[in-house]
Design a protein around this ligand. Sequence first.
Ligand SMILES: [Zn+2]
Length: 116
Amino acid sequence: MIKVTGLTDDLVKEDTVPLALCTPNPPKREALAFLVEMVKKYESDIKRAKPNDGKCWNCPKAAISYVHTPMSYLHQHGQVEGAMIVDLVQPVCVTGGQCEQEARKMIAEQLPPVGL
Ligand SMILES: [Zn+2]
């Protein structure tokens, strides 16, 4: 599942997850690599969806990149919710710029640290 700031509906993507990662303590490197792979895979879908009208989440400039905050819930495999990854996406106008820093700050304040 991909939650995008400024999009009314979450983008929901089904994908296959290696079972080895569906444990409370998955191998860190593999789990991280998988998250990165998923984020890359769906970046073009996010661009097409034009979150926030193609604008930065924080200012009126056009968004040129996205801040991803993938959270892993793969250990929920076999439970009602199922294994999932929630990727919070915020469109930003400048890579490494102030709006990106603000985005990361907001996420850090609102979310508990990723359990990876
Ligand atoms: Zn901006």
